[in-house]
Design a protein around this ligand. Structure first.
Ligand code: PNS
Length: 170
């Protein structure tokens, strides 16, 4: 059985992330989404909340896409390479929206291979999500803008709660 890890900060998960997880799940027997801290980014949601939102998105996506039913979600407590070893992953799968993403991801991919030999596979992000980034979603939400069509169900409410905004319809 071949296992892959889809790591990320998922603060919050977007439809672009979910598309990459779904595509990874068609390539590997087992996919574990690893929710991790990126020291270069200031977080809004706590790690457990992010993981819960990813779990809910995967669970609801599995109703229409069976590939998602074999996807697990866990928090990465330390180094990604240690997590990969623990779950027996042969590869890390990451999505790239463009050259900027590659510039950020390449050093991590090389460092992870240096540390443990784990390889990283890059999947080109679907063009329809090329503009979708967690940082933009948070910025729009902070200003009360609409993000419902950029993120899985439940994420908007979690963002509002974290931002201290009233729930929709209240
Ligand atoms: O979604 P992101 O922010 O691009 O994901 C980056 C992430 C969280 C996968 C990366 O920061 C990470 O792997 N963090 C866990 C700690 C770790 O292993 N750091 C060394 C990376 S070479």
């Amino acid at each position: 059985m071949t296992t892959a890890v889809c790591p990320g900060s998922f603060d919050p998960i977007t439809l672009g992330h979910l598309d990459i997880v779904r595509r990874a799940a068609t390539m590997f027997d087992d996919v574990v989404v690893g929710v991790a801290k990126n020291p270069g980014k200031s977080g809004l949601l706590d790690l457990e909340t992010r993981a819960e939102l990813v779990r809910a998105a995967v669970h609801s996506g599995a109703q229409t896409d069976p590939a998602l039913s074999q996807v697990r979600v866990a928090v990465v407590p330390g180094l990604l390479v240690d997590f990969c070893r623990e779950v027996g992953a042969v590869a890390v799968v990451k999505g790239l929206r463009g050259g900027g993403d590659f510039d950020a991801e390449q050093p991590m991919a090389l460092m992870n291979r240096h540390l443990s030999g784990v390889e990283t596979i890059f999947l080109p992000g679907d063009q329809k999500y090329a503009h979708v980034a967690s940082s933009l979603v948070k910025d729009i939400a902070r200003h009360g803008g609409p993000v419902d069509d950029l993120v899985p169900a439940g994420v908007t409410a979690a963002l509002r709660a974290a931002l201290g905004q009233p729930a929709a319809g209240s």
